[in-house]
Design a protein around this ligand. Structure first.
Ligand code: ADP
Length: 400
């Protein structure tokens, strides 16, 4: 066998998701998660050929130890697997204005990622640790970085600027960057194929709804607006993040309750969103159960989630003019027919009519249109960020 395999690494501050992907057909050979870094119970779980396995890692392990375990104890144990690797692909959360596309790693790229770290401190430092550990584990393999922000770099200034003094943009790089770009890019490509339209002529609104959530307006295949901001805190109601709020609330909480700025940020990032409103969970499945049982605050959380999303989608009619499809993706977008119904019901002014049979059938990784014949189109497209990373890495390696 001689497949073109890419080891995809997604390093967070306390965890690392990994996958071995066939860059030609998207097949996932291995996928897994190492978690609880720097804690006594650091551990790893993974799936290989449908088999689920797990192991503890030495206490206080972090990126380097996890990558070494993945390479030595998982990959090298499979005969002939490591020999098929063509690259390591790294998901990078923040590429600032520096990175507008995926690139081959060299020292200047690592420096660039460090420079952008002030915009995503937890993530970018972890990415650099991951790159260095992967370089040590695979000294001869090309390493490629794929940026979550890159797809959004086509936004015009009127969409990415904040109405702050211009010097804040020039001197401090304060602007909207957007996130989930790899997912929005994937669904844009898939929507073009599904709707049989050339990529450079497709207009969609892509709603990536996971623990983090963002919506993007895509015109002629390129992003023209998105809901996340300088950081992933802005925009939609998320699992634990507040999304858009009046910035004066921060000062109000500091002066009225004596919180530190760090304390307020912790509330906005970790105690808000679905969790903060419902008081029961950030997990959408738990919110759905609460809603079904008539729990008032779970119901409010559902309503706020769908109302905010529908308002964002409606506002993107402004840059798009023509909308070929609304696309739902991410754990919630792919699986909750109820949230899709609620959002599309709020958009009836545009003529959306849900086909409930198709809507309920689109779950567990199934792609499909969920509106009736004659309605403007809304559809579900399961995202696959790992495949985008593998394909980008393969393209870059092929051009070497
Ligand atoms: P992440 O942003 O961490 O990648 P995911 O895209 O995996 O997140 O989405 C996680 C969210 O998807 C959680 O809120 C989870 O409850 C929700 N989810 C997963 N499966 C379902 C389901 N069958 N129905 C509704 N929500 C679901």
């Amino acid at each position: 066998m001689n497949n073109k395999l890419v080891l995809v690494l997604n390093c967070g501050s306390s965890s690392l998701k990994f996958a071995v992907i066939n860059a030609e057909n998207g097949d996932e050979i291995i996928s897994g998660l190492a978690e609880c870094f720097n804690l006594p119970d650091a551990r790893l779980k993974w799936k290989i050929s449908g088999r689920k396995e797990s192991s503890s890692l030495p206490a206080n392990s972090a990126h380097a130890a996890a990558i070494s375990y993945i390479v030595e104890k998982i990959i090298k144990k499979e005969a002939g697997l490591a020999e098929q690797f063509i690259a390591v692909g790294h998901r990078i959360v923040h590429g600032g204005e520096k990175f507008t596309q995926s690139v081959l790693v060299d020292d200047s790229v690592i420096e660039g990622i460090e420079e952008c770290a002030s915009l995503a401190p937890l993530h970018n430092h972890a990415h650099v640790l991951g790159i260095k550990a992967a370089q040590a584990a695979f000294p001869t393999l090309p390493q490629v970085t794929v940026f979550d922000t890159a797809f959004h770099q086509t936004m015009p200034a009127k969409a990415f600027m904040y109405a702050l003094p211009y010097t804040m943009y020039k001197e401090l790089h304060v602007r909207r960057y957007g996130m989930h770009g790899t997912s929005h890019l994937f669904v844009t490509n898939e929507a073009a194929k599904a709707l049989n339209k050339p990529l450079d002529q497709i207009n969609i609104i892509s709603a990536h709804l996971g623990n983090g959530a963002s919506v993007a307006a895509i015109k002629n295949g390129k992003c023209v607006d998105t809901s996340m901001g300088m950081t992933p805190l802005a925009g939609l109601v998320m699992g634990t993040r507040c999304g858009d709020i009046d910035p004066s609330i921060i000062e109000y909480l500091v002066t009225r309750k004596g919180y530190s700025i760090g304390g307020v940020m912790d509330i906005l990032q970790k105690q808000s969103g679905l969790l903060g409103i419902s008081g029961i969970s950030s997990d959408f499945r738990v919110i759905l159960d609460g809603y079904a049982e008539g729990n008032e605050r779970a119901t409010l959380a559902m309503e706020m989630f769908s109302y905010r999303l529908a308002k964002y989608i409606a506002s993107y009619a402004v840059p798009l003019g023509r909308i070929d499809a609304i696309v739902f993706t991410g754990g919630i977008g792919e699986n909750s027919h109820l949230i899709r119904t609620k959002v599309l019901e709020l958009l009836t002014i545009f003529g959306y009519q849900v086909d409930q049979v198709k809507n309920e059938a689109a779950r567990l990784g199934k792609q499909g249109v969920i509106t009736v014949e004659g309605s403007p189109i809304a559809m579900v497209i399961p995202t696959n960020e790992e495949w985008v990373i593998a394909q980008d890495a393969a393209k870059i390696v092929a051009a070497l």
